[in-house]
Design a protein around this ligand. Structure first.
Ligand code: HPA
Length: 269
């Protein structure tokens, strides 16, 4: 595994991707942040050795390197999910490669259903914690050169980055929420009973991504910041027919605000 990671990182080095300070992973309908990157290198996933290929509409499948907020960043436009049939090694591989390239922090976005009854569609939620209801991506043999067998998870999301993001959002006049993200495999959205259950066990939002990537980053001691855009509501009386398109549309609506926060936050690193 480590050999494969190093080989892919070296390949990206030869393509001009060198010393990124931050890694960025963009969720459904949230790829527009890349238009704010002063792009130096852009590579489709299928041209990268050992990289999986993204199969979901709204996830383009490109690795982008350039300046964002005055920092060198590497951004994944399109991520990999369990529901596509990928195993944990494939879902987590890009994060391992980003760390090998030198990122100092990982920034993620996703589209999520809100189960907190005070949430509204379009809300921006900073992740404070998560509940992992998918296979832990670290199941299997551990490579001690990469990270410990039993990683600590007492601080999954970096407190300083959350505080800074809150201050930035306040300055920009953008209201934000904070909460707990729960990950399912998908691809189904939830039944009303499932949404109710997730609320009871402590979730504020539910989605199909992010947690495996966060666990992988924390395994390597990379600080993490993550944001959910609430695209639909899993709250009794407010549940509506949900489609991938309605999720994309709602995400795109809040994308600009999320991008402004991310840009300032990365700039302040
Ligand atoms: N459930 C799961 N994943 C999601 C949802 C949801 O309601 N909305 C966007 N992604």
């Amino acid at each position: 595994m480590l050999e494969k990671i190093v080989r892919t990182a070296e390949f990206l080095n030869t393509k001009g991707i060198k010393d990124p300070e931050a890694g960025i992973i963009l969720g459904t309908g949230l790829g527009g942040l890349t238009t704010e990157i002063d792009i130096q290198v852009e590579i489709p996933y299928q041209e990268i050795p050992d990289f999986p290929v993204s199969t979901v509409q709204g996830h383009e499948g490109k690795l982008i390197f350039g300046d964002f907020g005055g920092k060198k960043v590497i951004a994944m436009k399109g991520r990999f999910h369990y529901y596509e049939g990928y195993g944990s090694e494939q879902v987590t591989f890009p994060i391992r490669v980003m760390k090998e390239l030198g990122i100092r922090a990982l920034f993620l976005s996703n589209a999520a259903g809100g189960v907190n009854p005070s949430f509204r569609i379009g809300d921006i939620m900073l992740l404070e914690d998560h509940i992992c209801l998918v296979d832990n991506p670290l199941i299997g043999r551990n490579d001690d050169r990469i990270g410990p067998r039993f990683p600590d998870m007492s601080v999954p999301y970096d407190k300083q980055l959350i505080e800074k993001a809150e201050a930035i959002a306040a300055d920009l006049g953008i209201p934000v929420r904070k909460g707990v993200y729960l990950s399912t495999t998908g691809p189904t959205f939830e039944t009303p009973a499932e949404y109710r259950f997730f609320r009871i066990i402590g979730a504020d939002a539910v989605g199909m991504s992010t947690v495996p990537e966060v666990i992988t980053a924390r395994h390597m001691n990379v600080p993490v910041f993550a944001v959910s855009i609430i695209t639909d509501l899993g709250v009794d009386g407010k549940i509506e027919y949900t489609t991938h398109e309605s999720v994309q549309q709602a995400a795109e609506h809040s994308e600009e605000k999320m991008t402004r926060i991310m840009k300032e936050l990365i700039s302040s690193m």
